[in-house]
Design a binder for this molecule. Structure first.
Ligand SMILES: Cc1cc2nc3c(=O)[nH]c(=O)nc-3n(C[C@H](O)[C@H](O)[C@H](O)COP(=O)(O)O)c2cc1C
Length: 620
């Protein structure tokens, strides 16, 4: 195996360090008082396995697969099973508690009962999935309980060894971790034996435990299906099926503290700089191919109007003609509060931000209705809501601070906070794409955020506050005059420099604008389309474009909001809105209405026959 899997150079040996452990009994060889290595001591790497054996270790790790397809009915010999179980039994365990037991199931009738349990939970899960996700899930095989000759259940006894088990006292969950490590050992040993293993977790744990006659103090950790297979895939099936993709290892490794990403021995990763560097212009060849294909499709030239342009832009972004369908889609609603609320720029109290977040999470808002109609998932991000929010599924807790400061008094946030929010946004874009989404949609919630948006739009475009400021949720003349004055005062205080986008974001906020800018940049770097909602997204996109001008290749303007600043932002970005229905709600609603239009444009380019392929005569 190549040496990049080991990073000895990245962790230089300290000048003095204890002798590497040898295989002798330490009692016979008391440690010397001086821990320095003797001159004739072997090099620290001396204990490593010979190359071929090391390669085998890394190979089994790389080629271990969760297998669901292609099982053979051949029985698994008892001696092979015993070797794998012995490997599992050698796993590390907290305080050496060895909390696992293994239940080996081969009886067909029992497996049929268990398969029925899994099927019920599979159907329940499927019923809750949005559109494209549900279709993709339908195509996935998630269990092979009956296709495999042997099933093994790995359990955990969290009480084994009594109350003084080392380590478990502080962290009871370490008992479960230990059983999971036994699973990992078994899974690796199985691969070395040429056996496929599939892990099934579509069970109510207690229901399954009852079927297996488990005593109440034992938990089910894993249900594994084992058998010989026709072959092992080189990639996880969920990756080849487009369900999810692997995160690069450099995203997962941090030096010393969370956030300092980078692999040992390599330059630290600056996610924002990396994302900006990865954003490139659209692929001209793919765009030409798409435009030519549009002209050969069985329809009059140009008859799909703006949608033809959309399909050409999607091809340019993907670097392929036709572009992949932009589905599944996910809307991320970034929620935050604003210090400028104190200036009386809106009649809505600040707590409405948190209340609406609760509404999004309960599925009761317009964004939920439109997302359900369009088959998109809704994710809500607390990037700076003033209130503390309870953790619930669907909420990403990423609060930078409980609201920004009032930008008429000083900067809304620090540069560090602006960069942190940008980074959160781009990481969320990456995670949503890694989770299998092929279209991202921007959403926002933040009482007073049209005021911050107006200030940002003026700062980036040079627009007059009287022209860029709108009536937001609906305000009277006096409030409107105050709002324009607030924007003017902010601009006069901060003298924003559009060439310093982080400084502009820091001056006026909010956290949702900065995070949305990062989200848009993240999508563009992965060459995934991002549908922009209204004025808040427009202001954020201006910041993104100031950081990386080519970002607009990934941006599709979902709609034009009633807010006057939005049209200014879109024309500055050179984007044409797809829908113009007089909306001024935010949340991602306008962008979601455009989702089926963009998907239809992509599908037409992919599916519609050409004159030559369909044998249709062209116009003379
Ligand atoms: C805790 C856990 C539970 C899992 N449950 C299921 C499951 O219910 N159904 C399934 O098809 N795969 C399940 N898997 C397998 C994962 O989908 C699989 O490990 C992942 O796609 C990565 O692929 P790979 O194991 O081939 O690298 C599970 C894996 C783990 C670690």
């Amino acid at each position: 195996m190549p040496d990049e899997h080991v990073h000895p150079a990245a962790y230089p040996a300290p000048a003095t360090h204890p002798a590497p452990a040898d295989h002798r009994n330490p009692a016979d060889h008391p440690a010397p008082a001086d821990h320095r290595l003797p001159a004739d001591h072997p090099a620290p790497a001396e204990h490593r396995f010979p190359d071929a054996q090391r390669e085998a270790v890394y190979r089994v790790i790389a080629e271990r697969r969760d297998v669901r397809q292609g099982f053979l009915p051949d029985p698994v010999p008892a001696d092979v099973l015993r070797r794998m179980l012995a490997a599992a039994h050698q796993a590390p365990s907290v305080g050496f508690s060895q909390p696992w037991d293994f239940i080996v199931i081969t009886d067909r009738a029992r497996r049929e009962q268990i398969a029925a349990l899994a099927r019920r939970h599979r159907d329940e899960f499927a019923a809750g999935l949005p559109g494209a996700r549900a279709r993709a899930f339908d195509r996935l095989k998630i269990e092979s309980i009956l296709d495999t000759p042997v099933n093994i259940v790995v359990t955990c006894d969290r009480t084994r060894g009594g109350r003084h088990t080392l380590g478990r006292h502080v962290q009871p969950q370490t008992a479960d971790f230990s059983s999971v490590l036994a699973v990992a050992n078994l899974w690796l040993a199985a691969r070395a034996e040429g056996l496929g293993v599939g892990w099934v977790s579509f069970f109510d744990e207690r229901e399954l435990a009852a079927h297996l006659g488990l005593p109440a103090h034992l938990e089910v950790i894993a249900y594994l299906c084992l058998g010989y297979v026709t072959g092992f895939a080189s990639e996880p099936e969920l990756a080849t099926a487009g369900w999810a993709r692997r995160r690069p290892v450099s995203w997962a490794v941090h030096a010393e503290e969370f956030g300092h990403r980078g692999l040992p021995g390599e330059e630290p990763v600056d996610p924002l700089a990396d994302v900006i560097a990865a954003i490139a212009p659209p692929d001209a060849a793919a765009m030409t191919a798409a435009a030519e294909r549009q002209d050969r499709m069985t329809k009059p030239r140009g008859s799909l109007g703006v949608l033809e342009e959309v399909s050409v832009r999607l091809a340019g972004l993907a670097g392929a003609c036709p572009a992949p369908l932009p589905e599944p889609a996910c809307v991320a609603v970034f929620a935050a509060d604003h210090g400028v609320h104190a200036q009386g720029v809106t009649p809505w109290p600040q707590e409405v931000t948190a209340q609406m977040v609760a509404n999004f999470l309960a599925g009761g808002a317009v964004v939920n209705a439109f997302a359900a109609q369009a088959g998109a998932e809704v994710t809500v991000v607390d990037i700076g809501v003033a209130a503390s929010l309870e953790p619930v599924p669907g909420l990403l807790p990423r609060k930078i601070a409980p609201g920004t400061a009032d930008f008429t008094q000083g900067p809304a946030m620090t540069r560090e906070q602006a960069t942190a929010a940008l980074t959160v946004g781009l990481e969320i874009a990456r995670d949503l794409v890694a989770a299998g989404n092929r279209c991202l949609v921007t959403g926002d919630m933040g009482i007073a955020n049209t005021t911050a948006s107006a200030a940002l739009i003026c700062a980036f475009t040079g627009a007059d506050p009287a022209e860029a400021t709108g009536r937001g949720t609906g305000i009277d003349a006096a409030t409107y005059a105050r709002k324009v004055d607030v924007v003017c005062r902010g601009l006069a205080l901060h003298h924003p420099d559009p060439a310093d986008p982080v400084g502009v974001l820091a001056a006026f906020g909010g956290f949702e604008h900065a995070a949305l800018a990062g989200f848009i940049l993240g999508a563009a770097a992965l060459r995934v389309p991002v549908i922009l909602d209204g004025v808040i997204s427009g202001a954020a996109a201006l910041a993104a474009a100031a950081l990386a001008p080519d970002v607009t290749a990934a941006c599709f303007a979902g709609h034009r909001s009633v807010e006057p600043g939005h049209a200014i932002a879109l024309s500055h970005l050179g984007l044409t809105p797809l829908v113009d229905l007089g909306l001024r709600l935010g949340e991602g609603t306008g962008a979601l209405l455009a989702l089926p239009l963009i998907q239809s444009a992509a599908r037409a380019l992919r599916d519609v026959a050409t004159f030559d392929s369909a044998g249709v005569t062209e116009k003379q």
